[in-house]
Design a protein around this ligand. Structure first.
Ligand code: NAP
Length: 283
């Protein structure tokens, strides 16, 4: 079974749009998401455009602030400070990656935790690991929703996550753990990776290498979630970290790329923006 992130994301966005219409009547304004783009990296431009499109679709006010890649770290942090103070702004997102002369850590830390729609602020991360209320990072949140939608039982299952980045691998492992899976985190130093991944009932792959996971790495009947976004070196087309064609017959459920985790990340961003808006408006 192929799990369509596109379909589920559409449902989530329809629900968000309905709530926005109601909130506008109740609170007198729509949620306002501000996205900051530094430089002109084509992938970042396309992500930011997608976020603006989704915002328009659900009825948010979206402001995209474009800055040249010559902006200094201090100037960027000052801009974030102004947006933190602005009561009419509910969510702030700085599109990553940033130019090398700007510290991503400092920039993320500068965003008010309550406007941190990406869920990357250290205080949100700490809350996640302490099981306290927090804004969940969008991609891991979307992955759990995809598994739930597909009816995959998580509790008591063996989950293997390949990748241990702060934005995908680690938080998704934590969310699976919180749902009572037994979780193994694999990475570039993992020995006999295929032996580890074949044991997985749930296999989440977040590496960033085209078609890295081959059929021999997937156990019969596993649920396979492919987070990777890569270019196929042969066709030049977008592809995941999983060799979809080779693995789809072994998996019980599998996500495609494109059309799997990607749209869910964006839908969860819309949900997080609503969460920030409600906190802001009720202050
Ligand atoms: P990242 O920070 O580069 O992390 C990659 C992880 O993969 C690292 O933990 C690394 O291990 C591990 N790895 C690399 N080569 C490996 C190998 N040969 N065997 C086992 N593990 C290996 O990447 P990321 O930010 O997590 O992103 C991963 C992928 O997801 C990328 O393609 C990215 O574009 C995509 N992504 C998609 C979405 C979405 O919404 N669909 C969102 C975010 C990211 P070490 O820790 O040992 O180096």
């Amino acid at each position: 079974m192929i799990i369509s992130g596109t379909e589920l994301a559409k449902e989530i966005k329809q629900d968000v749009a309905k709530r926005v219409a109601e909130y506008k009547v109740e609170y007198g304004r729509e949620p306002h998401l501000v996205v900051i783009l530094v430089g002109e990296n084509p992938a970042s431009v396309s992500y930011v455009t997608g976020k603006a499109k989704d915002s328009a679709e659900v009825g948010f006010k979206n402001t995209t602030i474009r800055k040249p890649d010559t902006i200094s770290e201090a100037e960027l942090i000052e801009l974030i400070g102004q947006l933190n103070e602005d009561r009419s702004v509910d969510g702030i997102l700085v599109q990553l990656p940033l130019p090398k002369h700007i510290s991503e850590e400092k920039v993320i830390e500068a965003i008010n935790k309550e406007k941190d729609v990406d869920g990357f602020h250290p205080l949100n991360v700490a809350s996640l690991w302490q099981k306290l209320p927090c804004l969940l990072p969008c991609t891991p949140k979307g992955i759990i929703k995809l598994l739930d939608k597909a009816g995959v039982e998580i509790a008591g299952k063996k989950a293997v996550v390949i990748g241990r980045s702060n934005i995908v691998g680690l938080p998704v492992a934590k969310l699976l753990l919180d749902r009572n899976a037994t979780v193994t985190i694999a990475h570039s130093r993992t020995q006999n990776l295929a032996e580890v991944t074949r044991q997985a009932d749930i296999l989440v792959v977040a590496i960033g290498r085209a078609k890295f996971v081959t059929a021999d790495m997937v156990g019969e009947g596993a649920a396979v979630i492919d987070v990777g976004v890569n270019r196929d070196p042969e066709s030049g087309k977008l592809c995941g970290d999983v060799d979809f064609e080779a693995c789809k017959d072994k998996a019980s459920v599998i996500t495609p790329v494109p059309g799997g985790v990607g749209p869910m990340t964006r839908a969860c961003l819309m949900e997080n923006t609503i969460e920030c808006y409600l906190n802001n408006i009720k202050k």
